[in-house]
Design a protein around this ligand. Structure first.
Ligand code: NAD
Length: 492
């Protein structure tokens, strides 16, 4: 572990301590260039450097980061990270996913802007920001194989998760003077999970009447974004959709190599480029440091050094429009000079204090980091058990045959009301055409005039053992404040 402090001369006061990891491949070159630019612009930083990535992985640490490095990151709270190489082969955990989850970095912010006519793009007017929920959804990583034929991944969406990310999107829009926040979900299908995200979006949007809001179903919303990105401003969405769409948005802006991203939590934050470690380009003074520089600029606004951020960003825009380009964006007729990583950094430094002439210059709010209120838990709703789903592993194919077996579990309090296979109702009155796997959901509801309790569920389960029925999991069915809070079988 390297651990040293670098202090910008003449700026002894109001220093912010940050942790820096130079990463792998092109990482060290683009990090050196980035630090040189921001320190030349007057960033007041004290830097602790840690080692993460390939060497740490290959030393036998499957998470790619040592315990002492975690201590430094947690102490400094601000982390500027260059891309790393995850070695091929199994067993190595993604450092990015681990960092986001351990540090509670719930918000991933990715501006996707086109720099027409200096960088080729089909969307000259594109200037949008994707705010992606970063901790939950299918990324909770809770997966199980339940039968020979079926595996499952739990999609967890929480009210605090939704409130934090949606509020962050609106506060971001307010601070950066953006006019509209759009929400993408698939709540026409996932009425509980995406339904909650959309519901919270509608609730919080009301608190920001000055900002326009809208909701799109993700499929048509994504198509619209790819076709007419100018129609969007800030877009907020759950984790998986955000993962996919933020790469598409960066690509169609024409600038994967030019985009940075911020991962923001209540305590800590991590800033990076969106691209990888490009090992083939490493050590040749070829790489474009712009993506990491964009990440560093977001870091400077986050820690309240907005004037430095503004100076860096305007000098960078000026350099891009002067046509001083690294190989990846160099284009005959548009670019004026092909430069390496170091020369590009020097060109940006030479432009510090200047503003772009064609591209729009930036002016950041002097407010420091967005401060969001702490999540306040709502009063508990009235929760009532109204049934249970028993998931059964059964290798047969005729639902009527299974229903006859399962109905033997019926007792005076609970009886079989429905069987579904992959969510489609197959009993009673299923279609013979429906393809069935070996994974069946058998729903028990209270008998006429009765209620169901957990003892009844235990009775169902112990009777299932007696009858040799392989129940692989149960899911209780609840109503919250009288409203059923579970999905019906498709076809019901
Ligand atoms: P990559 O982003 O490293 O490279 C894709 C292409 O873009 C290559 O042709 C590369 O030469 C070019 N490129 C990327 N960044 C560039 C830059 N700054 N300047 C000039 N050209 C640039 O993607 P990859 O090749 O799929 O992945 C390489 C490694 O990076 C893998 O080990 C992967 O796991 C890792 N990775 C790390 C991160 C991260 O740490 N955040 C993200 C993505 C990939």
């Amino acid at each position: 572990m390297i651990n040293f402090a670098r202090v910008n001369q003449n700026q002894q006061f109001n220093m912010t301590k940050i942790t820096v990891a130079k990463g792998d491949g092109i990482g060290p070159e683009i990090m050196d260039a980035t630090l040189e630019i921001i320190l030349a612009a007057g960033a007041k930083l004290e830097i602790d450097e840690i080692e993460v990535g390939e060497k740490v992985y290959l030393s036998g640490n499957t998470s790619g980061i040592a315990k002492e490095s975690w201590d430094i990151i947690r102490r400094n709270k601000i982390f500027l990270k260059a891309p790393i190489t995850t070695p091929q082969g199994g067993g190595y955990k993604s450092l990015n996913v681990t960092t986001r989850k351990f540090l509670g970095l719930y918000s991933n912010v990715r501006p996707c802007v086109s720099f027409h006519p200096f960088v080729r793009t089909k969307h000259p007017g594109m200037d949008l920001v994707i705010v992606r929920e970063n901790e939950e959804d299918l990324y909770a990583g809770i997966e199980h194989q339940q039968t020979d034929e079926v595996v499952q991944c739990l999609k967890l969406i929480s009210r605090p998760g939704c409130e934090k990310i949606v509020r962050y999107a609106f506060e971001y829009a307010k601070q950066y003077k953006r006019k509209k926040v759009t929400c993408f979900t698939k709540d026409n299908i996932m009425k509980q999970t995406d339904g909650l995200f959309h519901q919270v979006f509608d609730e919080i949007a009301k608190e920001y009447p000055e900002i326009e809001n809208e909701h799109w179903i993700i499929d048509i919303g994504a198509a619209k974004m790819a076709d007419t990105p100018e129609a969007f401003d800030v877009i907020v969405m759950p984790n998986l959709y955000g993962d996919v769409l933020s790469d598409i948005a960066a690509q169609i802006a024409g600038s994967v190599g030019l985009a940075g991203s911020a991962n923001i939590g209540e305590e800590c934050a991590m800033f990076e480029a969106i691209h990888g470690s490009a090992p083939r380009r490493a050590g040749q003074n070829l790489a474009n440091p712009s993506g990491l520089l964009q990440g560093a600029t977001m870091m400077l606004t986050h820690i309240g050094q907005t004037e430095v951020a503004e100076k860096v960003q305007n000098a960078w825009l000026r350099t891009i429009e002067e046509g001083v380009h690294t190989y990846d964006i160099f284009k005959e007729g548009v670019s004026t000079k092909k430069v390496g990583t170091k020369e590009f950094a020097q060109a940006v430094i030479a432009n510090l204090g200047k503003k772009p002439e064609t591209l729009k210059s930036v002016s950041y709010s002097k407010d420091s980091a967005l401060k969001l209120p702490k999540y306040k838990r709502k009063p508990a709703a009235k929760k009532e058990l109204v049934g249970v789903d028993l998931f059964v592993h059964w290798p047969g194919s005729n639902p009527d045959e299974l229903a006859a077996k399962i109905e033997a579990l019926n007792n005076p309090s609970a009886k079989l009301s429905m069987i579904t296979n992959r969510g489609i109702k197959v009993w009673p009155e299923g279609f013979t055409e429906t393809f069935c796997t070996d994974h069946w959901r058998c729903r028990f509801k209270p008998t006429e005039g009765n209620t169901i309790n957990k003892m009844h569920i235990i009775q169902l389960l112990s009777q299932a053992i007696t009858l040799n029925i392989d129940v692989i999991k149960t899911e209780n069915l609840y109503a919250f404040d009288g409203k059923p809070a579970f999905s019906l079988g498709q076809g019901q």
